[in-house]
Design a protein around this ligand. Structure first.
Ligand code: SF4
Length: 248
């Protein structure tokens, strides 16, 4: 048996698909990392429960080597954006009329604190064929089936506090507080759609705005705000892209 040939342990040759995918992902990662880092605090991120992580983001501190966006992550984001563009068309067919971009073709948004806090909205609904208060902020997210079902079951405010914070802050800064926002969630696995109206939560918007001020002041002063946890085993830290930096 010593002379028997073992065909099972030969190194696996990359398939045609592997070769192409490696090239695609390498190009996506390079493109993403060549992009100029964002020099402002993103309004969509202010609901993040860890203020320290928001400081790392605002200060453009590099992610840990294992926290960098992979090609697959970047493809997931791109698919999500494409689905959101499709949702615009689907809702338009249902009789919603809205504005998603200004005359220059740029996404609508806001810029406050000298441009150090910015946000870009998915759209403003200005007319509809159905009964709803207007003008209303529209916010769209994509989710896998498990997260989508959670949103449907509990509502976006309870299921996804980060999205709820974003909606409240955007309503406040865009002056769209009188009408509830329309939140749409797309199930990426089944293409099912969920829509709900989210009344303006002034206290939440104020809390997010105060948090932004706190983060900017701490960054200016060269101080670190408290970590969310007392030890790195906390679930927020386990998947954090700055975990090594934070707990070094
Ligand atoms: S490792 Fe934990 S405490 Fe540090 S920034 Fe990330 S989430 Fe916050």
């Amino acid at each position: 048996m010593d002379d028997a040939l073992d065909f099972n342990h030969r190194p696996k040759e990359p398939t045609f698909a592997d070769t192409l995918n490696v090239r695609i992902d390498a190009a996506l990662v390079t493109e993403n990392e060549d992009r100029a880092p964002r020099s402002y605090l993103g309004g969509s991120r202010l609901g993040d429960p860890c203020a320290r992580r928001l400081q790392y983001e605002f200060l453009c501190l590099p992610r840990d080597p294992d926290g960098r966006f992979s090609g697959q992550s970047l493809r997931i984001f791109a698919v999500g954006h494409s689905l959101e563009d499709l949702a615009v068309e689907w809702l338009r067919k249902a009789g919603l009329d809205w504005r998603t971009r200004d005359r220059a073709g740029d996404q609508f948004g806001f810029s406050v604190a000298g441009g150090r806090v910015q946000g870009h909205i998915d759209g403003v609904i200005v007319a509809t064929a159905i009964d709803m208060a207007l003008p209303a902020l529209w916010e769209c997210k994509t989710a896998n089936a498990k997260n989508w079902r959670e949103i449907v079951k509990r509502g976006v405010v309870a299921a996804k506090p980060v999205y709820a914070a974003q909606i409240a802050l955007y309503q406040a800064y865009m002056g769209l507080t009188d009408a509830p926002a329309l939140f749409t969630a797309i199930n990426k696995d089944t293409s099912e759609l969920w829509h709900e109206l989210v009344p303006f939560d002034g206290a939440l918007a104020q809390a997010c705005s105060d948090k932004a001020v706190r983060i900017l002041q701490a960054c200016d002063a060269g101080e670190w705000l408290p970590r969310i946890a007392a030890e790195p085993g906390h679930f927020e830290c386990a998947f954090c892209a700055w975990k090594q930096r934070c707990w070094a």
